[in-house]
Ligand binder design. Structure first.
Ligand code: PMP
Length: 426
């Protein structure tokens, strides 16, 4: 038995399903998850000492690759000065100033410890600000595991075919209106039906939790206009897209200003950190200034903030995102070309440093279309690639990530391997 298998068996004894987050369990692709022991640049090493080119990057945070020396150095330096204070620090101010400077719509920001906390707090704030109850979300968008948002969610929830979760009170879920992504007519109808009851519309500006679905031209703009007209708060959940699709995040890329934005993943540089921020008048509703309560013992943790600051400094280098986007495109275009050559029903696309791979002929534009991908074909492809040392997300419904540490050598090796697998009929 391999060490991976041994560890997984032991883990299942002590940890539900052997994992601390469901999608890690390889349930949708089958087989034993790889236990990772270290990472360097674009590579990870598993418990059996096998090396992989990593296209998961801890599900998005590692935009600089694993163990970037400057990030590690910043973390070590911060740790030596103390792990947590529960009092304000200058570094927190620095990251707040930086986020306000870089993200077009953010005037004030609060730092928390996970994306789930960020979206949950943003929803509470939107409700507190508007005095309304209903929220609108889109099927297949995942915003963390807050009760109100765990309705027809994506990511692990989608993969397992339990779009909602047991344990979420019907009353909580019933104030969440779930609509189709990219269907503006549906949103208009919801507003004409519920009008002034809608506190907020929350959306992933590029959906990355049902594989990758790009917003259709006009969709985000339409949401902006409807929210403005009806006095509802527009939340862009940029936990995944923030500093992943560009330096100004998705809102800069598409030129739309949400009222609130949630961030996570990249801004923590691999440490537990996330944030929510936006319009000053809305953010001023938060305690201790306003009446909406939100707090955290480890919020703004100095070690996490240090990793975030070091990461955000490096992504501001000239051409960082142009190079990342072009490298990612090289991967998706190469995979699509290899599949076409061997007549495999496959398509792929990228936005900045994130990408989607689909075992269907055309790019999907909706939840229904993405659901029509050939899952068995994906699962075969996933395992064949894994065997050859290439680690994609273990589900047909997750986006993939390229880091600045992925160079020509890694992309070429990936494309050559895929070509070999496609030529054998996948
Ligand atoms: N929002 C989005 C768009 C996400 O992709 C995720 C996590 N994948 C979350 C929220 C939740 O973040 P976390 O896992 O840090 O709680």
């Amino acid at each position: 038995m391999s060490r991976n298998q041994q560890l997984f068996e032991r883990s299942q004894e002590y940890i539900p399903g052997g994992v601390n987050s469901p999608v890690r369990a390889f349930k949708s692709v089958g087989g034993t998850p790889v236990f990772l022991q270290r990472g360097q640049g674009a590579y990870v090493l598993d418990a059996d000492d096998k090396t992989y080119i990593d296209y998961v990057g801890s599900w998005g945070p590692l935009i600089l690759g694993h163990a970037h020396p400057e990030v590690i150095e910043a973390v070590q330096a911060a740790a030596r000065k103390g792990l947590t204070f529960g009092a304000p620090t200058e570094a927190e101010l620095e990251i707040a100033e930086l986020l306000c400077k870089l993200v077009p719509s953010i005037e004030q920001v609060r730092v928390v410890s996970s994306g789930t906390e960020a979206t949950m707090s943003a929803i509470r704030l939107a409700r507190g600000y508007t005095g309304r109850n209903r929220i609108v979300k889109f099927e297949g968008c995942y915003h963390g595991h807050d009760d109100a948002l765990l309705v027809k969610a994506g990511s692990g929830a989608l993969t397992f075919g339990h779009p909602s979760s047991a344990g979420v009170p019907v009353e909580t879920a019933s104030s969440t209106v779930v609509l189709d992504y990219n269907d503006l007519d549906g949103v208009e109808q919801a507003f004409s039906q519920f009008g002034e009851e809608i506190a907020t519309v929350i959306v992933e500006p590029v959906a990355g939790n049902m594989n990758l679905i790009a917003p259709k031209p006009g969709f985000l703009q339409g949401l902006r206009e409807l929210c403005t007209r009806h006095g509802s708060v527009l939340i862009f959940d940029e936990v995944m897209t923030g500093f992943r699709v560009g330096l100004e995040c998705a809102q800069g890329l598409y030129g739309i200003k949400p009222d609130l934005t949630t961030l996570g993943k990249v801004i923590g540089g691999g440490m537990p950190m996330a944030a929510f921020g936006g319009r000053r008048d809305i953010m001023q509703c938060l305690a201790p200034v306003g009446a909406v309560y939100q707090a955290g013992t480890l919020s703004g943790n100095p070690v996490a903030v240090a990793a975030g600051l070091a990461t955000l400094k490096l992504v501001q280098a000239p051409n960082f995102y142009e190079e990342l986007a072009s490298r990612t495109r090289q991967l998706t275009e190469g995979l699509a070309a290899a599949a076409e050559k061997h007549d495999i029903a496959f398509s792929a696309q990228s936005i900045g440093g994130m990408f989607g791979l689909y075992f269907r002929k055309n790019l999907p534009e909706s939840y229904v279309e993405v659901m029509s991908c050939d899952r068995d074909a994906f699962n075969r492809f996933f395992h064949s690639m894994l065997k050859e040392g290439i680690y994609f997300a273990p589900s047909a419904f997750e986006a993939g990530f390229v880091s600045a540490a992925h160079g020509d050598a890694e992309i070429s090796k990936t494309l050559l391997t895929a070509e070999k697998i496609f030529s054998a009929g996948n």
